[in-house]
Design a protein around this ligand. Structure first.
Ligand code: PLP
Length: 426
């Protein structure tokens, strides 16, 4: 290598990986083993005491997963990362290191539906209380702060409408309050948005979506930006106080700017247990090698589809930040200049029945609840994911009866448009 810093595509292929030292295998092997032999008793003791880094047991870490961790940390510009079994596991493990029972965190109302459920119900059972704020009214985050607030959580490009969040404005509020900003960067991927450059302290992904990219493997990751001072306020005892199970070491004092990634591994992953399978890590690594190519094409296709829909007489409105007239277009130009992603919503003049008819008549699109596959995906939230809500609640969640959500795939854009055309006419 020269002293040139490698570019994004180079990192997507090489970061964290080397030919296998034992066999010379060029592609990262799947280390399909539960456990790893110690050199001797002293080595074992130092691994367990966190005095040495190394492999113990795949719930705590695995060499295939370690390549994926280094790769995503490099792509996001973080100091270290931790892979877990799913995007939701990344959220649980992250908040487990930050919150004590009775604590609060602020979350943007515009989120992946599963995250809204997780925060409203399962997190409540742990005594972790979500306070909702509105990304269209950044000051609402400031108003939601209390002495119990321990973190702020947003999506960079947000569900379901592909709206763009003003990360820097919310990061400034978090910094002033002395709490970390957590950004779910799933819909953008680091190819489109780099939250750490805009003030994020922790970046999360559902690897299931664009990073894996092929709709075949569930996974999640936590990236530590290395920017937050965990010892300053005494609000984060997991990081700042002595750990009895590790001979009284203090994680932040010992591990410095990658202490959060260590805490998430040696406390959260160790005790909660949602480890990523090395097989899934291999599949996701393979996906990441083509991330830049895929996400650019996803975004270009989505823009073409959004433009076509905007001119269609059956369509009442299109919400895609990549369109010049869109409410979020200026934020998109600032945070996601290469493209506004593949996921967006539009409204049908025919309302509920037209939505049901469209998802029933598409042939190329798959009617299912996912995003970030090579394949084009469609869902009518009012008759599926949001069907239990009242019409008013549906509208507040961005899932009104007329709303259709697309995740535009990598097929030829002419075929994607032709499919929507025939289904809208049917
Ligand atoms: C899918 C998704 C999640 C949850 O990830 P899983 O891997 O399904 O657990 C979280 N956030 C966003 C934005 C998602 O799209």
């Amino acid at each position: 290598m020269t002293d040139r810093l490698p570019g994004f595509s180079t990192l997507s292929i090489h970061a964290g990986a080397q030919p296998d030292p034992t066999t010379g295998a060029r592609s990262t092997p799947i280390y399909q083993t539960t456990s790893f032999v110690f050199n001797d008793a002293d080595h074992a003791a130092s691994l367990f005491g966190l005095q040495a880094f190394g492999n113990i047991y795949t719930r705590l870490g695995n060499p295939t997963n370690a390549v994926l961790e280094e790769r995503v940390a490099a792509l996001e510009g973080g100091t270290a990362a931790l892979t877990v079994a799913s995007g939701h596991a990344a959220q649980v493990v992250t908040f487990h290191a930050l919150l004590q029972p009775g604590d609060e965190f602020i979350a943007a109302r515009r989120l992946y539906g599963g995250s809204i459920n997780q925060f409203n119900h399962s997190f409540k059972a742990f005594g972790w209380n979500v306070v909702w704020a509105d990304t269209d009214d950044v000051a609402s985050f400031e108003r939601a702060l209390s002495p119990k607030t321990k973190a702020i959580f947003i999506e960079s490009i947000a569900n379901p409408g592909g709206t763009i969040t003003d990360i820097e404005a919310i990061a400034a509020i978090a910094r002033k309050a002395g709490v970390p900003l957590i950004v779910d960067n799933t819909l953008a991927s680091p190819y489109l948005v780099k939250p750490i450059d805009h003030g994020a302290d922790i970046v999360l992904h559902s690897l299931t979506k664009f990073l894996g990219g092929h709709g075949n493997s569930i996974g999640g990751i936590i990236v530590d930006a290395g920017t937050f001072d965990w010892s300053k306020s005494g609000k984060y005892p997991v990081l700042s106080e002595p750990r009895p199970e590790y001979h009284g070491i203090k994680l932040h004092e010992t591990f410095g700017n990658f202490a959060f990634a260590i805490a998430a591994r040696v406390i959260g992953l160790r005790d909660l247990g949602p480890a990523l399978s090395p097989f899934n890590a291999f599949m996701i690594l393979t996906g990441i090698e083509t991330l830049a190519l895929r996400v650019q094409r996803h975004s270009d296709n989505a823009k073409a589809v959004a433009e076509w829909l905007s001119a269609n007489p059956a369509v009442a409105w299109v919400s895609y930040a990549g369109l010049p007239g869109d409410r979020y277009h200026n934020l998109a130009r600032k945070y996601a200049p290469k493209g506004a992603g593949a996921v967006f919503t539009f409204g049908l003049k025919g309302g509920y029945d037209a939505g049901v008819s469209l998802v029933s008549n598409v042939k190329l699109f798959s009617h299912l609840a996912n995003v970030g596959d090579t394949r084009s995906l469609i869902i009518h939230p009012a008759s599926t994911t949001h069907s239990q809500l009242s019409d008013e609640q549906k509208a507040l969640a961005g899932a009104g009866v007329d709303v259709v959500r697309l995740s535009v795939g990598l097929e030829d854009k002419e075929d994607i448009i032709a499919d929507l055309d025939q289904a809208l006419k049917a």
